[in-house]
Design a protein around this ligand. Structure first.
Ligand code: DC
Length: 232
């Protein structure tokens, strides 16, 4: 990790507003953005297209080689995800990709295959990294680590709304069940489980809108980093 390029990590389960917050912060600071969940989701999509079972750790890890992916922050939207020149953002954010991503993310060999690639996003002037293990494993030396939480009902409602807006129909009860299952898998896995990093600032977003959360986290960033020197 290059100590001179600042990193903010934002970890937490889905439905806490992580994606939108990271997108906003990266645009505000004009820093690079890493949506690590999208990487796992892309692997899920490729595995499906190439008929590699998610349980086949070596097969999935092989898909991680030669990935050609870019992220673009978009206004109040989760980031655009460009795979081989095509925007696959909507496709990979469907529940089937999320669940498959959570399953294949259990394999240590898959996580190891994309570790260096994730770290390569640490480029000047800085990086905002969104995920589950950004502060604990991928960028342990980050200057600021944030962990977002929110109660499960609120998270399920947010996710339901997001999917509805995109015209993706799911039953609310099914969504509550799949979120609970995914949380359990992400928290209990052996490799890089979902948990707050040591020293992380924990922000509960249950009762706050994105504007409040952004204001709160932006204030912490302004205190923690010398932005006059690094934003120039
Ligand atoms: O953040 P997301 O919902 O797009 O992530 C999808 C899945 O990918 C998540 O359930 C677990 C996995 N993931 C991970 O294991 N580590 C990360 N840093 C990001 C996501």
């Amino acid at each position: 990790m290059q100590a001179d390029i600042p990193v903010v990590t934002i970890d937490g389960p889905s439905g806490t507003g992580k994606g939108t917050l990271c997108s906003r912060i990266s645009r505000w600071l004009d820093w690079n953005l890493l949506d690590s969940g999208a990487l796992y989701r892309i692997l899920a999509l490729l595995a499906q297209q190439q008929q590699v079972p998610v349980a086949d750790a070596a097969g999935v890890a092989a898909l991680a080689r030669d990935l050609n992916v870019r992220f673009m922050a978009a206004d109040d939207e989760p980031v655009k995800v460009i795979l081989d020149g095509k925007d696959v953002g909507s496709r990979i954010r469907q529940e089937d990709c999320g669940n498959a991503a959570s399953s294949l993310a259990e394999h240590g060999i898959v996580r190891a295959a994309i570790l260096g690639w994730q770290r390569s996003f640490q480029q000047p002037p800085g990086l905002v990294a969104d995920g589950r293990d950004m502060g604990t494993v991928v960028f342990p030396g980050a200057g600021l680590k944030v962990f977002l939480t929110a109660n499960p009902q609120v998270r399920a409602k947010r996710r339901y709304k997001q999917l509805n807006v995109k015209g993706i129909n799911v039953k609310f009860a099914d969504l509550v069940g799949s979120i609970a299952e995914r949380d359990k898998r992400d928290k209990q896995r052996i490799h890089s489980p979902l948990k707050p990093a040591d020293g992380a600032v924990v922000v509960d977003t249950s009762d706050s809108g994105i504007d409040d959360v952004f204001t709160q986290v932006a204030a912490i960033i302004e205190k923690r980093f010398d932005l006059s020197a690094i934003r120039s």
